[in-house]
Design a protein around this ligand. Structure first.
Ligand SMILES: [Ca+2]
Length: 286
């Protein structure tokens, strides 16, 4: 894409803060057993079958104010909840800490991290330009090495359009408006359930939607820009931002909120919007 805003501040804010709907059919539950499929063995999953965010897997990070995003993340069940087999990250129009919206963000930082492998999630998104849900990873060494040296692997981002999602890599020499990115069209709107996945190895990174290969980036391609940053542990982030630089760069909106056009502000005024996650699974070749 032509424009990819920096996650720089976000990454650092993340570290600094490290202290810290609608019902839908749920996929068949397969937790509790390693699942072998084409040589891949499931090594971890959260199927979101409980009644709260599993603290052995996730922190709820509220201390993130970056990219001119318009939400205050909270730990409230109104913004972050688990029920009916899914994680729900919900954006609401309600003032909090000087921000016009509240929402939710969970991270596996300090809880679960993975070197290479298959990371996938089944996700259903709301539609409304300026909504910015994402499923992504950061290098666990970010506190030591900083961003972008730590590496950032964006598995799925959406800025509120129903027909496309984006992916990207960030690292030393290829960050912010990174040259390594792509936009892809799921077979049906993002408001339907889709499986977003990345397979990473020492030689390449492959992105899939619903099992269909969308993009392959080789290590050699990355190393044309800078050091490969993906041979080390990374953790998972699921978050639902509202507005900010990436949405604004696409939809052009500055008012009524930065990156949030009037129609989406009206949508949020009418009611909360929820990013729903059925499961997150990680597999590795063994
Ligand atoms: Ca589930």
């Amino acid at each position: 894409m032509a424009f990819r805003p920096s996650r720089t501040v976000g990454a650092w804010a993340l570290v600094a803060g490290l202290t810290a709907c609608a019902g839908a059919p749920v996929a068949p539950q397969r937790e509790g057993a390693l699942r072998t499929e084409d040589g891949w063995v499931q090594v971890w999953a959260d199927e979101f079958n409980g009644s709260a965010v599993d603290a052995s897997n996730w922190i709820i990070n509220t201390n993130v104010h970056v990219n001119q995003e318009q939400q205050q993340y909270t730990t409230s069940p109104d913004n972050v909840s688990v029920s009916g087999g899914t994680l729900k990250l919900t954006a609401r129009m309600e003032s909090n800490n000087g921000y016009p919206f509240t929402s939710g963000r969970v991270e596996s930082a300090g809880k679960q991290q993975f070197v290479h492998g298959r990371v996938e999630a089944r996700i259903k998104l709301p539609v409304g330009p300026g909504l910015w849900p994402a499923f992504w990873m950061l290098g666990s060494d970010i506190a030591k090495t900083g961003w972008p040296a730590c590496g950032e692997l964006d598995i799925m981002e959406n800025v509120g359009f129903g027909d496309w999602v984006s992916v990207a890599l960030h690292g030393p020499g290829y960050s912010g408006n990174t040259p390594i990115n792509g936009r892809f069209n799921p077979s049906t709107p993002v408001s339907d359930w889709h499986e977003y996945r990345v397979d990473s190895s020492p030689t390449d990174i492959k992105w899939y939607v619903d099992g269909v290969l969308m993009k392959t980036t080789t290590r050699a391609e990355v190393e044309q820009h800078g050091a490969w940053a993906f041979d080390k542990p990374l953790f998972i982030i699921l978050n639902f931002a509202v507005g900010g630089t990436y949405p604004s760069g696409v939809n052009g909106a500055k008012e009524p909120y930065f990156g949030v056009p009037q129609a989406t502000a009206d949508l949020l005024r009418q009611g909360p919007q929820t990013m729903e996650v059925d499961w997150v699974r990680v597999s590795q070749r063994q």
